[in-house]
Design a protein around this ligand. Structure first.
Ligand SMILES: Nc1ncnc2c1ncn2[C@@H]1O[C@H](COP(=O)(O)OP(=O)(O)OP(=O)(O)O)[C@@H](O)[C@H]1O
Ligand SMILES: [Mg+2]
Length: 288
């Protein structure tokens, strides 16, 4: 298990997560059991992200991060702020989403302007993410991070001087390239509700530009197929076993009900995508 060593900074957002340096030398964005959204969002993050990974979607590694009572005691910043009070973050097993490199050396973007979205190397993965978000009824809209190519190079294994220079020249010429990774699966299964209130616009990314490559149901084909083949009942059960029981307050029956629903819903995804297609928003402009 990974242990938190120090708190770096508070992150924005409703779950009041913190960036933390951890015992494996990596940095994680940590959400705590007593976050203001719901304890179950930790389950959703772990289950959702690992299932998305099994579908071949671009995620970040997620881990259980142990935060000691001592670290919380010596770090006053590690607290949950409520309208009229502050309460220390919970100690013990928390959820960590790995920062894709060294946060001191790289710039990440939560959003890119439309004109820069074309420079995202894996833009087609947004179609796959929609398969996932429709399936899991993500009630919060898709969220991703964008990593600049140059930043990724710095963070990756050492490269030769010449290769680095060449990359810098290319970047100069045509602007940086980006890759995107899915984050924030906290509102899959409708956050703490663990039900599936489907609606046409749910799960779509805010910018339709990311779906420009979608020309028909076949554009979702590879991910629909992986959902069908890779997400077996066994895979669902195995993924759930990795979740600390404290996150679902030992109510494993409730988890099992979510898994059963997920298994049943696999065959409904096409219909859910069609209802998005036929909505007034017209998210897929090239699907005639
Ligand atoms: N693995 C990660 N690597 C880098 N940054 C991350 C990662 N996970 C989360 N973040 C950053 O932390 C912020 C908060 O994360 P996240 O969206 O998961 O939490 P949240 O509290 O649900 O936020 P919101 O309420 O805004 O949706 C994000 O805006 C993102 O910038
Ligand atoms: Mg979020």
């Amino acid at each position: 298990m990974v242990h938190a060593i120090e708190q770096i900074r508070r992150m924005r957002g409703g779950a009041q997560s913190h960036l933390m340096r951890c015992s494996d030398g990596e940095y994680y964005v940590v959400k705590f059991q007593n976050n203001p959204q719901h304890r179950r969002i930790l389950v959703n993050e772990m289950l959702g992200t690992r299932l998305a990974g099994r579908m071949g979607l671009p995620t970040v590694p997620v881990e259980v991060v142990e935060v000691s009572a001592e670290l919380i005691r010596v770090t006053p910043e590690l607290c949950i702020e409520l309208p009229r009070s502050r309460t220390p973050c919970a100690a013990g097993q928390q959820f960590g989403s790995r920062y894709p490199g060294d946060p001191r050396q790289m710039t990440l973007h939560d959003f890119l302007p439309d004109e820069k979205l074309r420079a995202v190397e894996n833009l087609h993965d947004f179609a796959g993410m929609l398969v996932f978000d429709k399936w899991t009824c993500n009630t919060n809209g898709r969220q991703t991070i964008f990593i600049e190519e140059t930043a990724r190079r710095q963070a990756g294994p050492a490269e030769t001087q010449r290769a680095t220079e060449k990359a810098a020249e290319e970047t100069e010429a045509r602007g940086p390239a980006y890759t995107t990774r899915m984050i924030d699966q906290g509102f899959c299964f409708n956050a703490g509700e663990w039900n599936f209130p489907d609606a046409p616009l749910r799960g779509l990314y805010a910018r339709s530009r990311v779906y420009e490559g979608v020309t028909g149901m076949h554009s979702f084909g590879p991910w629909l197929e992986r959902l069908e083949k890779k997400i077996t009942e066994k895979a669902l059960a195995e993924t759930a076993e990795e979740i600390p029981p404290a996150w679902y307050e030992d109510d494993y029956d409730a988890v099992v009900r979510v898994l059963e629903q997920l298994h049943k819903r696999k065959k409904r995804v096409e219909e859910l995508i069609l209802s998005a297609k036929n909505s007034n928003r017209v998210p897929f402009v090239n699907w005639k």
